[in-house]
Design a protein around this ligand. Structure first.
Ligand SMILES: Cc1cc2nc3c(=O)[nH]c(=O)nc-3n(C[C@H](O)[C@H](O)[C@H](O)COP(=O)(O)OP(=O)(O)OC[C@H]3O[C@@H](n4cnc5c(N)ncnc54)[C@H](O)[C@@H]3O)c2cc1C
Length: 507
C-alpha cells in the first residue's frame, strides 16, 4: 500500500488533478496486455496489480506538480499511454499511482513546410494520422496497435510501424522530446547534428526515467501511388535472402513481410488477424483441437517445419508494397520483380499484398478465445544482422518449439539485418480441480526463458519494437552487459529516488 502519510495527503495535495481511487478504475488499470497476466485475469485475479490510484494530468505543469509531490513523498509513478504494451511495462502494485497522459493530446506546434509536428504524448494513433492526412501529410507510423496506442507510448517503447522499410522506426522520426524527470524538472532533448545527443537515452526508456510530455516528429506527404506484389519461395531462408537482396540494392519497400510456410498458408487463406468474425465467447471445437495439438508441440513443430511440410503448405511467401509519388512505386516494383524472380521467387500476383493492406489493422481486441480454453498465445520479436539471422531463427524456433507451437514472419528489414516475429501458442495439463492457470504459467515461463536465452546465444536482440518491460528484464544483463550499469547510472541522474516505473527494465 501507499505509505500512510502520502495516502492521507494525496487527495488534498493533488486536488488540482482528476484522480480516482475507485476499485473498478483500479481494476481497469491493473495491467497492460502482457499475455501471462491474461492468465491471471482469466482466473479472476487482478488484485495483486491494482494501483493505489489513477491520475489524469492535462498539462506539463500538472505533471511537474505531480512528480515533485511524488518525489517529496517517495511515491512511485507509472506512466500510462493506452496500455497496449505486451511485456509488463505497466504492471502496477498497490503502492503506485498510474499517470494516464491521454488527456494531454494537443498539437503544440505544427510546421506544414518543415514538415513537422510537436504533439503531446497522450494523442491516440488513429486520430493523429487522420488529422495529418486531412492536411495532406502522414507520420508514416502504422503499428498494428495504432487504434489503441499513443504517440508517447510509441516513443517510450521504441515502436515500429508496418511501413518501417520506408519511413523507419519511431526513433528515426523523432526530432526532439519534452520530458519531466523523476525530480519534476522539465528538459527538452533535441536530435543533434553534431556532438552528443541525449535523445536516444529517453527513446525506449519505458517510463523509467521520467514522463515524456510531448514529442516533435518529422512528417511526409501522403503517398499518392502504391505498387503491390507477392512471391512464394521454396523455403523461409530463400525468402529472407530475397529481402536482403532488395534492401541491399537500395530498394525501400514500405512493406515487406515474409511469412514462413504455416503463416503463409494462413495468410493465403485470408485467416490472418481477425479476418474471421468472432463467434461468441465459448471455446469451440477449434479450441479443443488446438489444445489437443498443443499437448505435443514438439511433434507438430517438427512436421510443420520439415522440408515436405513446407512444400505441402506451398512454401514461404513475401508480400511487398512500394509507396510514394507518380510512377516511382511502379518502377521500384518492376526492379524488385526482376530481382526476386532471378532468385527463385514465383510471382503470386498483387492479391496477397492488397489483401494484407485491407486487413492490416484487423486485430481482435477481445481476449483471444484460446485463453478461455486452457491455452495461451503470445508473440516475440527479435532482430539480428543478416549473418546471424539463420542462427537466430533456428535457435529461437527450436527453443520455443520444445514447449509451444510456433510460427514466424519477418516484417521489418534493413540493409544490415532483419526482425523475426514469432507467434506461439501453448497449454499445459490442468490440476485435479481442472484449473489451467498454473500449468499454463509453467509452460509460458519455460518457453520464454528458453527463447530469450536462445536469442542472446545466437547474437540477436531480446526485442525489436515491443520493449523489455518486466517480462524480458531478467535477460537484459546478458544482452547489455556493462550497458545495464550505464542505464542504472543514468537512472540515478534522471530519477535519483527511483520512483519512475520501478522494476521495469530491472533498473
Ligand atoms: C494487438 C497489438 C499489436 C501491436 N502491434 C505493434 C506494432 O505493430 N508495433 C509496435 O511497435 N508495437 C506493437 N504493439 C505493442 C504496443 O502497442 C506498443 O508497445 C506501443 O508503443 C505502446 O503504446 P501505449 O501508448 O499503449 O503505451 P503503454 O502500453 O501505456 O506503455 C508502454 C510503456 O511505455 C511507458 N509509457 C507510456 N507512455 C509514456 C510516456 N508518456 N512517458 C514515459 N513513459 C511512457 C509505460 O510506462 C510502459 O512502460 C502491439 C500491441 C498489441 C496489443
Amino acid at each position: 500500500m501507499l505509505n500512510p502519510s502520502a495516502a492521507k495527503a494525496l487527495e488534498s495535495d493533488l486536488s488540482f488533478l482528476k484522480t480516482s481511487l475507485d476499485d473498478a478504475d483500479r481494476a481497469m488499470y491493473a495491467r497492460d496486455l502482457w499475455p501471462r497476466h491474461h492468465l491471471a485475469v482469466r482466473a479472476g485475479d487482478v488484485a495483486a496489480h491494482k494501483p493505489h490510484a489513477i491520475v489524469w494530468p492535462t498539462s506539463t505543469d500538472d505533471v511537474v506538480r505531480l512528480v515533485k509531490w511524488a518525489h517529496q513523498n517517495n511515491v512511485s509513478l507509472v506512466p500510462f499511454g493506452a496500455g497496449s504494451g505486451v511485456c509488463a511495462g505497466v504492471l502496477p502494485t498497490p503502492d503506485v499511482i498510474i499517470v494516464d497522459v491521454k488527456q494531454m493530446d494537443r498539437w503544440r506546434k505544427f510546421d506544414p513546410n518543415g514538415p513537422w509536428l510537436d504533439v503531446e504524448s497522450g494523442h491516440m494513433g488513429v486520430p493523429l494520422e487522420e488529422k495529418l492526412n486531412r492536411k495532406g501529410l502522414t507520420l508514416g507510423h502504422f503499428p498494428s496497435s495504432i487504434l489503441c496506442s499513443t504517440s508517447g507510448g510509441w516513443v517510450a517503447a521504441r515502436s515500429a510501424g508496418q511501413c518501417s522499410g520506408y519511413y523507419g522506426k519511431i526513433e528515426d522520426m523523432i526530432l526532439d522530446l519534452e520530458l519531466v524527470t523523476g525530480t519534476g524538472e522539465v528538459v527538452t532533448l533535441p536530435r543533434r547534428a553534431e556532438g552528443r545527443s541525449l535523445l536516444p537515452l529517453i527513446v525506449g526508456s519505458e517510463g523509467t526515467l521520467g514522463i515524456i510530455t510531448s514529442s516533435t516528429f518529422r512528417l511526409h506527404p501522403v503517398p499518392t501511388a502504391r505498387a503491390f506484389g507477392a512471391w512464394s519461395f521454396p523455403t523461409t531462408e530463400e525468402g529472407w535472402e530475397a529481402m536482403r537482396a532488395m534492401f541491399q540494392s537500395g530498394l525501400r519497400p514500405a512493406v515487406s513481410r515474409l511469412y514462413d510456410p504455416f503463416d503463409a498458408m494462413l495468410a493465403k487463406q485470408g485467416k490472418h488477424k481477425g479476418a474471421k468474425k468472432p463467434t461468441g465467447s465459448a471455446p469451440g471445437l477449434g479450441a479443443l483441437a488446438l489444445r489437443t495439438l498443443l499437448k505435443r508441440p514438439g511433434f507438430v513443430n517438427d512436421v510443420l517445419h520439415s522440408e515436405w511440410g513446407g512444400k505441402l503448405m506451398g512454401g514461404a511467401m513475401l508480400v511487398v508494397i512500394f509507396e510514394g509519388e507518380g510512377d516511382a512505386p511502379a518502377r521500384s516494383m518492376e526492379q524488385a520483380r526482376a530481382m526476386l524472380e532471378k532468385i527463385n521467387g514465383s510471382y503470386e500476383g498483387e492479391g496477397p499484398a492488397q489483401n494484407w493492406l485491407k486487413h492490416r489493422y484487423s486485430v481482435s481486441y477481445r481476449q483471444a478465445p484460446v485463453f478461455a480454453s486452457g491455452a495461451f498465445v503470445d508473440t516475440m520479436e527479435v532482430a539480428a544482422r543478416w549473418s546471424s539471422l539463420g542462427a537466430l531463427y533456428d535457435g529461437v524456433r527450436r527453443a520455443l518449439g520444445e514447449h509451444v507451437f510456433v510460427m514466424a514472419h519477418m516484417s521489418h528489414a534493413y540493409p544490415d539485418g532483419c526482425c523475426i516475429y514469432f507467434s506461439f501458442a501453448g497449454s499445459g495439463a490442468p490440476d485435479a480441480k481442472g484449473d489451467w492457470r498454473e500449468a499454463c504459467e509453467t509452460t509460458y515461463d519455460r518457453a520464454w526463458r528458453a527463447a530469450l536465452k536462445a536469442a542472446v546465444d545466437a547474437g540477436g536482440t531480446l526485442a525489436h519494437h515491443h520493449g523489455a518491460g518486466r517480462s524480458k528484464a531478467p535477460r537484459l544483463p546478458q544482452e547489455l552487459g556493462v550497458g545495464l550499469d550505464v542505464l542504472r547510472q543514468v537512472k540515478r541522474v534522471f530519477d535519483p529516488k527511483g520512483i519512475m516505473n520501478p522494476g521495469s527494465l530491472g533498473i
